[in-house]
Design a protein around this ligand. Structure first.
Ligand code: HEC
Length: 469
């Protein structure tokens, strides 16, 4: 009797251990996978499904197998590279290091990319078009905006503001603020004051460094544009606090019809501290006057301890911000974690839930939340799983693309295409992938001339979509 009971106890114990080991090996099933599958599951999100970021790479943190192993294990959390020591074992990390070292020695993907000729007619579901390349061979382009005379302002992340028109080509504008061109930072968005013809103001977002303790933040800078020179430049918004991290800056700018300026700031990689707390500027969309003053009717002006510029919160890294051309409603898209890029309608005082609710999981494959809904938190209009690395946003308007009218355009950094989200009565009813394999799409905007403009990376280009019969 006694022996039997002990046997049973031990038996139960072993069965439990056996089941635990079994379930562990299932939940961490990539441990059994070959390196290319692990890469696809854990790394491709950021380094490219086609190894865009790996091919032909000059390694920043050393090119020995040991260096690569260290990077994969510990990561560089300040640069946005997560560590994978918990998700992968030593043997798996070593074979992954071999694999990406081998990939890095292959030719750059851009050399393999098929470039479109201006005469190529591209057939899409509802219309045919051609691509005109206006600017080619610059560094990473970030934002575009249009002057009343149709000249285009174009930022290069390394810190250059350009002005483009067909007669002069690309002209560098002097006097842009000094930026920290590291991680995801640099010179980012550009916008033109709605009354530019009266006041000459343009706005830039950039990553600003605090020289005393090597920390960084998102700042908005306003200056007057005097043909090829910026004058009287000053910061009108500097996000608090500065962080050691160099990613998730947000940075999109948009004016509404009343002249308020909206701007996005990402969570700066501090999801547990920043987005759900109103005492800082990170993981928020802000609303300010054109000179940085705070509007009296902002939602948290009377909330003790809250930053008064906040318009909405609980964001991760909003990379698109645009007013709907017909309804005047503000829309935004943002980078989710692995799975869970979102498209949102931005409501005054709204909480968009990051990181409490999400459709995504950690890059390492582990979960950080089980819930996608919560009372008091907004639901996205649309989400992408897997994440496409959504970037740039506009609605098709005007007369040049009647079949696309009212549809949403958004770029994909990760899968290198331009998404057209088909709209019906304010509902997203489907997606068409345009410009497949064009390169990482950074921004998309309707020009004042009614054409769609797109910026893509590597090499940096400014493209225009020309409809054909
Ligand atoms: C969340 C995005 C993200 C994910 C996921 C990610 N990385 Fe990274 N990784 C980065 C960033 C950002 C850097 C910093 C260098 C840069 O800016 O390109 C980096 C750097 C690296 C470096 C060093 C690069 C150098 O130049 O020295 C290696 C090696 C690397 N990653 C490998 C991997 C591998 C292997 C995986 C998958 C197991 C992975 N990464 C997953 C974002 C990511």
């Amino acid at each position: 009797m006694y022996i039997n009971a002990t046997m049973n106890k031990y038996g139960l114990f072993f069965i439990t251990i056996f089941l635990m080991v079994l379930s562990m090996s299932f939940s961490n099933s990539f441990i059994l996978d070959p390196p290319e599958v692990v890469y696809k599951n854990l790394c491709a999100n950021c380094h490219g499904d086609q190894y865009e970021d790996i091919r032909g790479r000059t390694w920043i943190y050393g090119n020995s197998k040991k260096d690569i192993i260290n990077t994969i294990k510990s990561g560089y959390s300040n640069e946005g590279m997560p560590g994978f020591a918990d998700a992968l074992d030593d043997q798996q990390i070593a074979s992954l290091a071999d694999f990406i070292l081998k990939e890095s020695k292959k030719a750059k993907r851009q050399e393999q990319r098929k470039f479109l000729k201006s005469s190529d007619v591209i057939q899409s579901e509802e219309m045919n078009f051609k691509i005109e390349t206006l600017v080619d061979g610059i560094g990473i382009p970030w934002g575009i905006s249009f002057l009343p005379n149709d000249d285009i302002l174009l930022t290069e992340r390394s810190g250059i503001l350009h002005r483009y028109n067909a007669d002069e080509g690309l002209v560098k504008i002097e006097g842009a603020p000094a930026v920290i061109d590291k991680g995801q930072g640099g010179l980012m968005d550009v916008d033109v004051h709605p009354k530019f013809e009266d006041n000459g103001y343009i706005y830039l977002t950039y990553s600003k460094k605090d020289d005393n303790d090597n920390k960084y933040t998102t700042a908005v800078w306003r200056a007057k544009l005097d043909h090829a020179r910026l004058v009287d430049g000053k910061d009108i918004f500097v996000a608090a606090p500065y962080e050691k991290t160099r990613h998730h800056y947000g940075s999109r700018l948009e004016f509404d019809r009343d002249g308020f300026l909206y701007l996005s700031v990402g969570d700066r990689g501090k999801r547990d501290d920043n987005p759900q707390s109103l005492d800082n500027h990170c993981g928020k969309i802000h609303r300010i006057h054109d000179d940085g003053r705070i509007p009296d009717d902002n939602p948290f002006v009377d909330t003790p301890g809250a930053m008064t510029s906040i318009y909405s919160y609980g964001h991760r890294n909003p990379q698109g911000l645009v007013l709907h051309p017909f309804t005047g409603v503000l829309w935004s898209n943002e980078h989710g974690p692995r799975g869970g890029d979102e498209m949102n309608i931005i409501r005054k005082g709204g909480n968009y839930g990051w990181p409490v609710i999400s459709y995504g999981i950690n890059y390492s494959g582990t979960k950080f939340t089980d819930i996608t809904h919560k009372k008091g938190m907004e639901q996205p209009e649309h989400y992408w799983d897997p994440s496409i690395g959504v970037c740039g946003l506009d609605f098709v308007s005007g007369w040049r693309y009647p079949k696309w009218s009212g549809d949403i355009l958004a770029g994909s950094l990760r899968f290198e295409y331009l998404a057209r989200l088909k709209m019906k009565d304010d509902q997203i009813i489907g997606e068409e992938k345009l410009l497949k394999d064009i390169g990482r799409v950074r921004d998309v905007k309707m020009g004042r001339d009614g054409y769609i403009y797109v910026t893509v990376e590597d090499p940096g280009r400014l493209l225009r979509i020309i409809p054909v019969e």
